[in-house]
Design a protein around this ligand. Structure first.
Ligand SMILES: NC(=O)c1ccc[n+]([C@@H]2O[C@H](COP(=O)([O-])OP(=O)(O)OC[C@H]3O[C@@H](n4cnc5c(N)ncnc54)[C@H](O)[C@@H]3O)[C@@H](O)[C@H]2O)c1
Length: 352
């Protein structure tokens, strides 16, 4: 069997999830790893058996042996690396968010169209087993028309610092980092209706709260609390052409009693939750039913989500499947995220 040769660009925290999943796919050879930090690239290559390592992604892309790449770098580099990779004839799996701006998103889309190569956006929650189960129920009309969704991802203490809290490299705070996942999963399950307006608010009232003791939280590979110019809370109301609406709130830090992750969808025949755990709500014979599917993991299964995402990417590179998260969906998500930031800055609803 000939195996697809993969290069992973960016060897920080999330690259572990990509590399582990590639390792468990028989049709893949982990061929090269690149990071600005040479020691990190070298260590990861040794750990995952990659025969090549680089510190400049252009050198990795110049290697004609490589068929496809995962981009796991800071958000501000996604556009330039994705476009260079597509132009070098590689298929691309790019971590979320697709990039930082709508203009960059359009340039990536053009590069996909001109190169004829595949680009999959890392909307990993679409590939998670709980989402896939619920999608079958939705596709078979069990919820009817979904007219309202509500998604919350509140961290009471969880600004990861480093590049995440540096606007220039991240493009924003919890909205672009966490909001992208929960907005996307609602939008995907609602059938990706056309957005007509967004109204958003962002706040930076609490800072990163690096002063807090005795409570641990997720940190970037290069944690640094000295720079923080991103929002710590965002909320938004997104309206769709079919009359449906989506209400969302996300934070890096908030005076909340505990962290909260909830994703709920309401249709005219039934409802559903996928976070904190999968549940389907319906009515039969004048009785309300709360249905709990009997499955291994009712919540987001991190390892299975990434394995499915990577397997789907490889199947799509080999033209056996069509990606569930193509570049067009990444472009639409950038319009929503940037629309929310714009609405907040203007202090009014933004329409399109
Ligand atoms: N899907 C998910 O659930 C999920 C979770 C975490 C992060 N992410 C995304 O993954 C990306 C990386 O996040 P992370 O948590 O791994 O960050 P990280 O800071 O742990 O790692 C990023 C790595 O990229 C390297 N890097 C940056 N620019 C580079 C360049 N031009 N060339 C080569 N290497 C470069 C850095 O040196 C660092 O090692 C981000 O886009 C983030 O939004 C996705």
């Amino acid at each position: 069997m000939t195996r697809l040769k993969i290069g992973v660009i960016g060897a920080g925290s999330i690259s572990e999830a990509h590399l582990n999943a590639y390792l468990h796919n028989e049709e893949v050879e982990i061929y090269a790893i690149c990071d600005l930090n040479e020691q990190r690239a070298k260590d990861k290559s040794a750990k995952y058996g990659a025969s090549h390592y680089y510190t400049d992604y252009n050198d990795l892309l110049a290697n004609p042996e490589i068929d496809a790449v995962s981009i796991c770098t800071w958000n501000n580099t996604h556009a330039e690396i994705a476009i260079s990779a597509l132009n070098a004839g590689k298929h691309v799996l790019v971590e979320k968010p697709l990039c930082k701006t709508v203009e960059e998103a359009h340039r990536i889309q053009e590069a996909v169209e001109q190169s004829g190569k595949l680009l999959q956006v890392g909307f990993v929650r679409r590939y998670a087993p709980n989402t896939q189960i619920l999608k079958q129920f939705i596709d078979n009309g069990e919820l009817g028309t979904i007219y309202f969704a509500k998604a919350t991802c509140l961290r009471r203490l969880g600004n990861p610092g480093g590049w995440f809290s540096d606007q220039e490299r991240s493009g924003g705070g919890p909205l672009i980092d966490l909001g992208v996942h929960i907005i996307d999963i609602c939008w995907y399950l609602m059938g990706m209706p056309k957005v007509v307006s967004v109204s958003g608010n962002t706040y930076n009232r609490l800072g990163n709260r690096s002063n807090v003791n005795n409570l641990s939280f997720y940190k970037a590979a290069d944690y640094d609390a000295s720079k923080n110019n991103v929002e710590d809370l965002a909320n938004a109301l997104i309206r769709f052409e079919n009359g449906a609406s989506l209400l969302v709130d996300v934070s890096f830090t908030l005076h909340a009693k505990k962290d909260e992750l909830t994703v709920k969808l309401y249709g005219d025949k039934g409802g559903a939750e996928i976070e904190p755990e999968l549940a389907i709500i319906s009515e039969k014979y004048d009785t309300i039913l709360n249905v709990q599917p009997q499955v291994d993991n009712l919540s987001f299964d991190f390892a299975a989500g990434f394995q499915n995402e990577i397997n789907h990417f490889i199947d799509s590179c080999l033209e056996r499947k069509t990606t569930l998260s193509p570049v067009q969906h990444g472009v639409e998500m950038m319009k929503i995220l940037c629309g929310i930031y714009e609405s907040s800055a203007l202090g009014r609803e933004v329409n399109w």
